[in-house]
Design a protein around this ligand. Structure first.
Ligand code: DHB
Ligand code: FE
Length: 285
């Protein structure tokens, strides 16, 4: 790896945490209205669960103090969005979408930004002139659970580049690089031209990286496309698609891979990269 690429990768940890924190704060605003009875019920259960871990594992004062200083540093590094989305969000998603009949969802992660360029029913994601990676034609149809094609459905796609970096969260990448919003045609179809992303590594020089190193885990998510698919009168689904045989597909640190979400691209006949189809089915609102 060249020096400049190395610098770009290591700079990510310092930037991505702060950016993910401010993006989340903007999304959330001031209003966090939670029913006090639910706060009592859930906070009591969570604290009790932690007490049980301390008893079961005979946690020492030295370990308690190590935890305290680590928790303080997660906040200082702005890494709460990363920590929560890697280790906690997948169970929240499991509970939230348990009753859906349509397409499977999975975690959103910390790197979604609304308002990406509108590209119609067929288009190419914004990318740099020399953007590295294998071209990928990603096409499909959006349908209701009864099979009706959904015209004017929205397919919002964002993904990392060939170094595993996200625009707006790593320095030096154009604002909307590899982010775009598509609208299905009269048959509910879309065609997206992009590049296959690379696996994503959790920043290693922040607190989350320190936890991973201290525990002897690996820091990787398999390569993935992020999507939000929605249509009037239907429930929005937030999901990700992965690549068959891809590195870390069986050991995703964020535990967000599901068998239904694995793509099997094939080489295009014209030799210009790969193609793959995937249809989305939306539950009624
Ligand atoms: C994180 C990053 C991702 O790209 C993702 O999909 C999920 C989580 C993270 O760093 O927390
Ligand atoms: Fe991601």
């Amino acid at each position: 790896m060249t020096q400049s690429l190395e610098r770009e990768v290591t700079a990510t940890a310092a930037n991505s945490g702060a950016n993910a924190t401010s993006v989340f704060k903007n999304k959330q605003g001031e209003s966090v209205a939670v029913d006090p009875a639910r706060v009592d019920e859930v906070a009591t259960a969570a604290i009790k669960a932690l007490h049980e871990v301390i008893r079961e594992k005979q946690v020492t004062y030295a370990e308690y103090d190590a935890l305290k200083s680590w928790l303080i540093s997660v906040g200082e590094d702005g890494e709460w969005p990363l920590f929560l989305d890697v280790w906690i969000e997948h169970v929240v998603e499991e509970v939230a979408n348990a009753d859906r009949e349509g397409s499977k969802g999975t975690i959103e992660g910390p790197y979604y930004v609304p308002g990406s360029p509108q590209l119609g029913s067929e288009g190419t994601l914004p990318m740099r002139e020399d953007e590295p990676g294998t071209p990928l034609d990603f096409s499909g149809q959006v349908r209701a659970v009864d099979g009706t094609p959904l015209a004017n459905a929205t397919v919002d796609l964002w993904h990392a580049d060939d170094l595993g970096l996200y625009s707006q969260f790593a320095p030096g990448i154009p604002e909307w690089n590899l982010r775009g919003t598509f609208t299905t045609d009269a048959d509910g179809r879309f065609m997206i031209h992009t590049l296959q992303p690379a696996p994503y590594q959790i920043p290693t020089d922040g607190s989350c990286g320190k936890l991973i190193a201290a525990a002897g885990w690996h820091a990787w998510r398999p390569a993935h496309l992020h999507l939000k698919v929605s249509a009037p009168g239907h429930l929005l689904i937030t999901t990700q698609l992965y690549f068959d045989g891809g590195e870390y597909i069986d050991t995703d640190i964020a535990d967000a891979v599901k068998p239904e979400l694995i793509l099997r691209p094939t080489a295009k006949a014209d030799g210009m990269g790969n193609e793959v189809g995937y249809d989305f089915v939306l539950d009624p609102a």
